[in-house]
Design a protein around this ligand. Structure first.
Ligand code: SAH
Ligand code: SF4
Ligand code: F3S
Length: 509
């Protein structure tokens, strides 16, 4: 099959199904499912760079008088994809709604990272069925990382035939076409490209809020950590051109945004795919820091690609925030090897030491997986000791979840779930202990907080984050929302700080 054929979407007719056997025969003849095997291929196909995006004429008013709702699961990348899809819907004339009953079109933007993420989505699909039965004109779509998995698409085709469309992470810009097909067809529209992925500029975006904004700097992942599904669902590592990123950040600065977060699964590999220029994340940050925007962050860093130039640039400070999220996954070199993380306990600790030396104020957070196949007690203890040694400010901790199609899922595992849960509890107790200890150092200190709005639990209290990404709840006037203010910390808690506003801060730059 050539690329053009793959680019055609396929309409599957579950209604034609007579028996499971006939169905699977029919299915194999007309339907090209997403393929994790194809998704694994790297470097042979050209990544297309498209400078412009536009809505086809006949879809420009397709959403007039209609409403859309997108439920988002997973990481910031997915959150940002939702902003793009919302932008496309708005350009088609749709209005947003928060209420499933009012919606004419509902999308589930899904995450495949762990089994429980997928279970949540299947639960939601079940909840949506009565709505569809009540209102047959309602269109329901499944997109995001789960759509890239063959097993998921097959399960939806077989068990949830009321779903109108399934499309993948490489097909977001095709949304108007997919919606059109779904509107005019009684069949399920499936469009999932298992390819390396393209770069498409100038997609419309409706951002959530006007204080903090996300900016993709690269897509995909080539690291293939043995436990992880992302390289299969997001395609090859491909970087946006620096000029496009710089322009987007300038635009956000002009619009009054106070903080931007550069996004990528492995931002430290930024630029490695350029063939015409030698340009990395350090170079990009060095240019972005000159833009008049108070705060710049980035996520996620891979320890392997974190180079000296980037450390040098981050050490310049200014609007480059002194918080580094550096997932370690395990403190055992043997486990790291099985995970194919391509660094050791020692080289990770050396990197952190170097960063702490050159950026003395930096705070560190991390991601950790416990219960990787056959992880021994000693290996788990090494994770605890590494955590103590680095003294992370906080961590996202997970029990290993086998993902179909990944190498780790084929490994035999002699560790029981009970032991894994116990380890997670022990790790979380340590994470809390150190977080509380680190927060205590803020008692009576004055910090700068970018005020995002009212606190979730109490509308009389404002909330925001420090440059080191500490959540601060404090009393202050509503007029402070969207500004950077000075807050005196009155009480340090395990996960957040309480305080009182002193004054508006003078912005850097
Ligand atoms: N690209 C980022 C992480 C993306 S996924 C990085 O490499 O740092 C976010 C986190 O989910 C990972 O850091 C890892 O800790 C966790 N994760 C990924 N796959 C997992 C799996 N199969 N089971 C449990 N946790 C997993
Ligand atoms: Fe997954 Fe590893 Fe890529 Fe992160 S770097 S997205 S953990 S494969
Ligand atoms: Fe999930 Fe996909 Fe992000 S698997 S974590 S939504 S890249």
């Amino acid at each position: 099959m050539n690329e053009n054929q793959r680019l055609e979407s396929t309409q599957v007719k579950p209604a034609d199904k007579k028996s499971e056997k006939d169905y699977s025969k029919y299915f194999q003849s007309v339907y090209q499912p997403p393929s994790l095997k194809d998704a694994k291929k790297r470097g042979k196909e050209q990544v297309n760079y498209l400078k412009e995006f536009s809505i086809p004429e006949d879809m420009k008013n397709a959403g007039k008088g209609k409403r859309f709702l997108i439920r988002t699961y997973g990481c910031q990348m997915n959150e940002h994809d939702t902003e793009v899809m919302a932008g496309i819907f708005m350009e088609m004339g749709y209005e947003p709604t928060e209420n499933t009953e009012d919606a004419d079109i509902i999308l589930l933007n899904t995450c495949a990272i762990r089994e429980n993420a997928e279970n949540k989505v299947f639960g939601e699909i079940g909840h949506l069925k009565p709505l569809k039965l009540e209102n047959p004109n309602l269109l329901i779509g499944v997109c995001g990382c789960m759509s890239q998995e063959e097993s998921v698409v097959n399960k939806i085709l077989e068990k949830h035939q009321f779903i109108d469309m399934i499309f993948g992470t490489h097909n977001i810009h095709r949304l108007p076409h997919i919606v059109k097909e779904a509107m005019f067809s009684k069949e399920m529209v499936v469009e999932v490209w298992s390819k390396e992925g393209d770069i498409i500029e100038n997609l419309p975006k409706v951002r959530k809020g006007n204080i903090k904004g996300w900016v993709n700097i690269m897509y995909g992942c080539d690291k293939f950590c043995t436990y992880c599904i992302v390289p299969y669902t997001r395609g090859k590592e491909r970087s946006r051109r620096p000029e496009d990123i710089i322009e987007e950040v300038r635009h956000l600065a002009r619009q009054g945004y106070k903080e931007i977060t550069l996004l990528g699964q492995n931002v430290n590999a930024y630029g490695k795919d350029f063939t015409d220029i030698k340009y990395g994340l350090g170079d990009l940050m060095d240019e972005l820091r000159k833009i008049d925007i108070p705060r710049i962050r980035f996520t996620t860093s891979h320890p392997r690609d974190f180079d000296d130039h980037l450390i040098e640039v981050l050490a310049k400070g200014g609007n480059l925030m002194e918080h580094i999220h550096l997932p370690v996954q395990s403190g055992s070199s043997q486990v790291l090897k099985l995970m194919s993380r391509k660094y050791t306990r020692e080289s990770y600790l050396e990197l952190v030491r170097k960063m702490k030396e050159q950026i003395p104020n930096a705070s560190f957070t991390t991601d950790i997986i416990v219960g990787f196949p056959n992880e021994t007690d000693e290996q788990f203890e090494e994770t605890l000791s590494l955590y103590r040694e680095v003294e992370f400010d906080s961590a996202y901790t997970f029990i290993y979840s086998p993902r179909e199609g990944t190498p780790a899922a084929k490994m035999e595992d002699n560790i029981s779930m009970e032991v894994k849960k116990e380890r997670l509890q022990r790790l979380n107790a340590l994470v809390n202990e150190i977080s509380a200890k680190k927060n205590l150092a803020y008692q009576d200190q004055i910090v700068e907080v970018l005020v995002e709005g009212e606190s979730k639990n109490n509308p009389d209290v404002l909330a925001g984050y420090t440059s080191k990404n500490k959540l601060v709840n404090f009393k202050g006037p509503k007029s402070a929302i969207g500004k950077i203010v000075k807050v005196k910390i009155t009480q340090a808690k395990t996960w957040s700080l309480d305080g009182e506003m002193i004054e508006e801060a003078v912005e850097v730059n």
